[in-house]
Write a protein that binds this ligand. Structure first.
Ligand code: HEC
Ligand code: HEC
Length: 275
């Protein structure tokens, strides 16, 4: 007598379902050209959505380098997909909610391959850089690190975790050019609208220059170079000039030697906050 087995219709259907679906899927996924195709798509997505901030090689820019073995905010694939989808709240990392789930997965897989690249060592010496920051550069008159220093510029406590070395260099030699887009574009990162230089001409003839602290339809507050705060009614002004793309920070290109700049950048890159 025949045993129940291969010839039973149920078993045949089951076998067809199994082989018809599971097997080809598995072999498809591991086909080398399929893998290459997926990582090429991941790379294209990266270039389209992420490179303008993280750099075309992902070594950092306005955003941090993603070519790191461990990402603080994205320790695994699931967390990385969440960061890609939702961004990081209260930071300039935006969410890419418009991309599909499949694309978010490909993008995350691509970003994870970047961490396997051995990072290039930085040329400068961070200890020397710190001395320049505190001495010759007089950076602390405007910037704060761990609560110490001025408030004319942004807090640099964790700047090395948020920005790439190329951006840091640009911030020093060509301040303003490194600024993320400000004004106009509602989708632009928060950037430095808070450090916008403004120049106002009062109706009575006085001119005041400073950094905008606050503004609404009727008033504007600014801080001048002597740290005095001016609160002005717009109706008292005959001119209000906002100098987008201009920075109150001086360029250090001719103040520091190339080696000193390297040291300073190495120091800034080492500032990683509480990490
Ligand atoms: C508008 C600029 C901008 C764009 C576009 C952008 N990022 Fe970011 N990203 C940032 C900034 C700035 C940070 C640092 C946030 C912080 O910690 O202050 C960041 C942080 C991250 C982090 C966390 C890194 C870590 O070490 O924890 C990941 C991961 C990341 N971005 C991935 C991406 C990916 C993938 C894309 C493309 C889908 C992307 N980002 C697009 C600016 C951007
Ligand atoms: C007169 C005030 C002033 C001085 C002095 C100054 N900065 Fe700045 N810095 C600013 C302001 C304001 C910004 C905000 C962006 C801009 O306007 O360029 C800034 C931006 C930066 C940024 C970009 C920060 C970010 O999160 O994107 C870095 C890095 C930086 N400064 C480092 C330095 C260093 C290092 C020195 C000393 C060699 C220095 N600054 C001296 C005012 C100053």
């Amino acid at each position: 007598m025949k045993t129940k087995g291969a010839s039973s219709p149920v078993a045949i259907i089951a076998a067809v379902i199994l082989t018809g679906c599971a097997v080809p899927l598995r072999s498809n996924d591991s086909r080398p050209d399929r893998i290459t195709e997926e990582s090429a798509r991941g790379k294209r997505l990266f270039q389209g959505h992420c490179a303008r901030c993280h750099g075309i090689q992902a070594t950092g820019g306005f955003g941090p380098s993603l070519a790191q073995p461990k990402l603080r905010n994205a320790p695994d694939q699931a967390a990385l997909i969440r960061v890609i989808r939702n961004g990081i709240p209260d930071t300039a990392m935006p969410g890419a909610w418009q991309i599909s789930d499949g694309d978010a997965r490909l993008l995350a897989s691509y970003v994870r391959t970047l961490g396997k690249v051995v990072p290039r060592p930085m040329p400068g010496d961070a200890v020397q850089g710190r001395a320049i920051y505190e001495g010759k550069g007089t950076c602390a008159t405007c910037h704060r690190i761990q609560g110490q220093g001025g408030v004319t510029g942004p807090d640099l406590t964790s700047v090395g975790r948020r920005r790439g070395p190329e951006y840091l260099r640009q911030a020093l030699v060509d301040p303003g050019a490194a600024l993320p887009e400000v004004g106009g574009d509602a989708h632009a990162p928060p950037g430095y609208a808070q450090f916008l230089p403004v120049r106002v001409l009062m109706r009575e003839g006085r001119e005041i220059q400073g950094i905008r602290l606050n503004e609404d339809d009727f008033t504007i507050q600014l801080r001048d170079a002597d740290h005095r705060i001016h609160s002005l009614r717009k109706s008292e002004l005959s001119q209000l000039q906002k100098e987008f793309g201009k920075s109150p920070m001086p360029s250090y290109e001719s103040v520091l030697t190339p080696a000193e700049l390297d040291d300073l950048i190495a120091y800034l890159a080492s500032l990683r906050g509480d990490e």
